[in-house]
Ligand binder design. Sequence first.
Ligand code: NAD
Ligand code: IPM
Ligand code: MN
Length: 355
Amino acid sequence: MTVLLLPGDGIGPEVVAAGASVLEALVARHGLQITLEQGLIGGAALDRSQRPLPAETLAQAKRAQAILLGAVGGPAWDRVDASLRPEKGLLELRAGLGLFANLRPATLHPELGGVSPLKPEVVEGLDILIVRELCGDVYYGEPRGIRVLDGGERQGYNTMVYREGEIRRIARVAFDVARRRRRRVCSIDKANVLEATRLWREVVQAVGQDFPDVELTHMYVDNAAMQLVRQPTAFDVMLTPNMFGDILSDLAAAVTGSIGMLPSASLNQGACGLYEPIHGSAPDIAGRDLANPLATILSVAMMLRHSLGAQALAERVEQAVTRVLQGGLRTRDIHAPGTTEVGTRAMAEAVLREL
Ligand code: NAD
Ligand code: IPM
Ligand code: MN
């Protein structure tokens, strides 16, 4: 099995190095049989080959069992044409591999209860799984662009679109995973305003008929944002369209303490998966050994579980992370009085020692 490393930009290379060191340790000492490859994506690819997703990278990704990605984008490429932006490389990779199911678990590590901006009693026991549709919505909808109107004023436009089949397949994923959790799905939409999400609600409701043992509720996205802050522990599985899921997952991350803690898996109908932290390239801290590598290391755990068939090793990695937190080591984003601040590399080394 091949695992493709796509470090990308900003803190991407720093956190992927941490994730790769965990995979290497599992190969060296725990019998994991994989080969690591490296590839280019995002701004790093643009600088070398004029494309944010070179054909060679997509080919490497298609051959791999799993991909570990850091992050793409940054101020250096902010003036690049929309079709060539680093972020476009990631969107092309998701579409190219048909990765429609994005799982974003937002759980509170008990050791970080005091780091959340919310009161400890509000976040205690928090365990949400955001199931975000990843191949549709306004992200990919046509037509899109910036046009010049009569009179010379410019107008930017995008199109929110969803086909029934796209909604049905992600809804099934949400109901399936809910069966392995607390059997509750809350579907997020803006059905009071947007037709695309009225259809979303209708189709989710129909799919729900096949899962009578799972409780289904619907919530408007604005209310969902409010409830995530007011009473986040009320949620089990949140099923979301692409854009609402992007926004709500950053919100959920902050509620758990830091965006530097949240992993994700992006899956297609087959066994191949893309694993990445939900955060971006964090240009403000890039290259300074300040980034929290735990979201990426926990993404490696998701990879072991979902693509490499190594459940026991996934648990081992998660336990190592828990023990490091119990030991009091913290990167700056989760630092609190009474704990010891360490950098990206020292945090990764501590996880390796626990492993
Ligand atoms: P960001 O997630 O990069 O950063 C937001 C804030 O969170 C910053 O203050 C940053 O320092 C902090 N942060 C993020 N990850 C952290 C970590 N591991 N440890 C500690 N602190 C962390 O979001 P942004 O600033 O809006 O975007 C920066 C660039 O990243 C943009 O070009 C954006 O398009 C891109 N981006 C890429 C991805 C991806 O590749 N999947 C995701 C989000 C944003
Ligand atoms: C994420 C990011 C991406 C998204 C961007 C960089 C394309 O914000 O993975 O959450 O919006 O999906
Ligand atoms: Mn995002």
